[in-house]
Design a protein around this ligand. Sequence first.
Ligand SMILES: [Zn+2]
Length: 468
Amino acid sequence: MRISDDKAEDAKGVGRQEDDGRTLADRLGWGIAEVLVENDTSAFKRRKTKLPDGTTALRTFRPKFRAALDMLSSGERDGLLAYDLDRTARDPRDLEDLIDVVEQRHIPVQSVTGSLRLANDADITMARVMVAIANKASRDTARRVARKHVELAAEGKWNGGGFRGYGYTRKGMEIIEAEAKVIRDIAAWILGVPSRSLNWIKDELNRLGVPTVTGKPWNARSVRSVVTKPSVAGLRAHRGRIVGPGQWKPILDMDTWERVCATLAGRHRNVDLTLKRWLTGLLHCSQCHREISGAQGNGGPRYWCSTPHGGCGKIAINAAMAEAEVERQVLDLLTRPRVLERLDHISRSEVTDDARRELADDEAQLKQLAGMWARKEMSLGEYREARKIIEDRIKGSRALINASAPRALRRLLAGDVRANWAALTPADKRDVVLTLVPEGYEVLAHDRSRGNPFQPERLRPEHVTTAA
Ligand SMILES: [Zn+2]
């Protein structure tokens, strides 16, 4: 049973649903082993969910429904009695998971209203169409603000509310050219040589008399905020996560916006790292296995297993030489087609695996629907309606895939890898090395018998993932 989120619509209370269910069970001669009641406030929120076959995928958050599937697929329970189809599955994916279990274990499924039937292909087809349409209907009638925002986010529309975003009109998200120019100037100052600080920029804007949205003077925070918010790159964010492209025009191209964000993030995290010592976090002491970080030494900058930081103090290596050597090794790896192939794969997978799987599912389902329509198993109206729902979801998945590949890798792999490497920020270089050599390098002791010259073999990669 499911408690509807719309109480007024839920004429039959849970108690009544249960009574009806028990009556049906008696008539069928079934015993009730367990009653599962699901509260359904997040019927459209998707989360990573473990499926009965052990894989994970994005699904609506329905713990009781998932528990029921697990019990059915493990054989702990041998039948499902639901109130109706709508209480069992409103999302087509949930229904597909149920169908999988039913088909694999030949589980009888019954419902009080008779709307949930999965006994044969015709039943299954009808259930699919009903769920696809119910799914659309419940989306259409959802009027709660939070839900509306999720939908708008998925569709890439501006969600309104609050102060208007700097650079755009409040209604319709048209670009305000004068403000767009300020945003581009800020980006150019941050990415320029020398790279200007937020404080320098706020002083400059105030000196020039450039107005803000609220009329207050610029401060470092407002400068950061106008140039880093995803909307200026034409991206729609929801609760801090980018959910896809917006339907408005970008003020900064994606690449510029990403570099601005990376530069500011790097400054925030560790000033030294963005300037030079990008091997920090990648080197380990061969003697005591601690992380070695950048330090100032007598002979210039070096990486040292520093005693003030709890290290053994025995291992140090010239910073510029070590960086040049790692760079040489990385560029060498990047000439190998197999490594590039693997990197390309990584840059696509990681966060986007689920979206890819979902996309493939949806494309398959679309084909199946077309077949159903061709065989006259559904009307043109039903087909159109069901197709629209799936196509919308496909759009969402594609947007997610495009927006979330690891940034540094994407920039590195677009075109001439060597030239791109040289243009990466130190923080991005570090991310790339971490992808290639996730456990970093062990720094061996200097072999004194061979004199003073730098010994590149002292930098030993711990484990190169992409070599396989
Ligand atoms: Zn050490």
